[in-house]
Design a protein around this ligand. Structure first.
Ligand SMILES: NC(=O)c1ccc[n+]([C@@H]2O[C@H](COP(=O)([O-])OP(=O)(O)OC[C@H]3O[C@@H](n4cnc5c(N)ncnc54)[C@H](OP(=O)(O)O)[C@@H]3O)[C@@H](O)[C@H]2O)c1
Length: 246
């Protein structure tokens, strides 16, 4: 099959391209650094010629809620319209578990809008909601780290390995559109502060972590809201196994 991966140079997109190439598919990479911009549409029609399926694993820059909504609305609308013009028969969106349960998070508001547009859009679709990735804790600590100190919320999560997410996207992309896929999660619940501490230790970094609900993530994200729902698909790689490669 000819499959386009939007976000092909990103954390998940890169691994998804690798998984698809391993399976012998013809893969088209989409990202601004590869000359295709979903915000302007530049290069998009050319990239989608002959494409059967598009996987959207793009991301938005950190923006306020209104700007994040506008960003996802613009990029998703532009991508879906180009897919319709090109006769693409399946659109696969990587989303996040629990976004309907959490208010007050700009990125989640943008992802809800992205899901809404895909569900109402012209191309048969599959939405794969994934929990936080195994590298999420260290990434969040990195956002706030200054002079060896970082703030981080003690979120309860059930993280999943990036390579496992990529494998599921590659599997879904070659099948028929499914609508909403089961929540995709890793094997075990974790505390985000503990995950960050263990990732830093594995990487030989010394960062003082200050747990807080007054930083990037507030109390609306406390409790079980980010955990996978009933019937979740549990990916195999544990956080501990992933740490050995971190
Ligand atoms: N982090 C988590 O724990 C987590 C959990 C569940 C779901 N997710 C979702 O997973 C998705 C992918 O996350 P990620 O961490 O893999 O992203 P990432 O590493 O930030 O990669 C983003 C990709 O999108 C491309 N991109 C950004 N803007 C673009 C544009 N206007 N046109 C074309 N390409 C564009 C980037 O390449 P260029 O910069 O070259 O354009 C890059 O290839 C996100 O939507 C996120 O919400 C994340």
């Amino acid at each position: 099959m000819r499959i386009a991966v939007a976000g092909a140079t990103g954390n998940i997109g890169r691994l998804t391209v690798e998984a698809l190439v391993r399976q012998g598919h013809d893969v088209v990479g989409i990202s601004r650094s590869l000359g295709v911009d979903l915000s302007t549409g530049a290069g998009l029609d050319e990239a989608l010629v002959g494409v059967d399926t598009v996987i959207d694993a793009t991301n938005a820059p950190p923006l306020d809620e209104a700007a994040t909504l506008a960003y996802f609305r613009n990029t998703t609308t532009s991508l879906l319209a180009a897919e319709e013009r090109a006769g693409v028969s399946s659109h696969v969106l990587l989303s996040i578990v629990g976004i309907a349960r959490v208010g007050g998070n700009a990125h989640y508001a943008g992802k809800r809008e992205q899901e809404r547009l895909v569900e109402a859009g012209p191309v048969p679709w599959t939405i794969v909601p994934a929990t936080q990735f195994h590298d999420f804790a260290a990434m969040v600590a990195d956002w706030t780290e200054a002079d060896g100190v970082a703030t981080i919320a003690p979120l309860l999560v059930q993280p999943v390995a990036p390579a496992d997410v990529a494998d599921v996207l590659a599997e879904v992309a070659v099948g028929a559109p499914q609508g909403r896929h089961a929540d995709l999660a890793g094997p075990d619940p974790q505390d985000l502060v503990d995950m960050a501490r263990r990732t830093h230790a594995a990487r030989g970094l010394t960062v003082k972590l200050v747990p807080t609900w007054s930083g990037l993530f507030g109390p609306e994200m406390a409790g079980p809201v980010l955990l996978p729902g009933e019937g979740a698909r549990i990916a195999p790689t544990t956080f501990e196994e992933w740490l050995t490669t971190a």
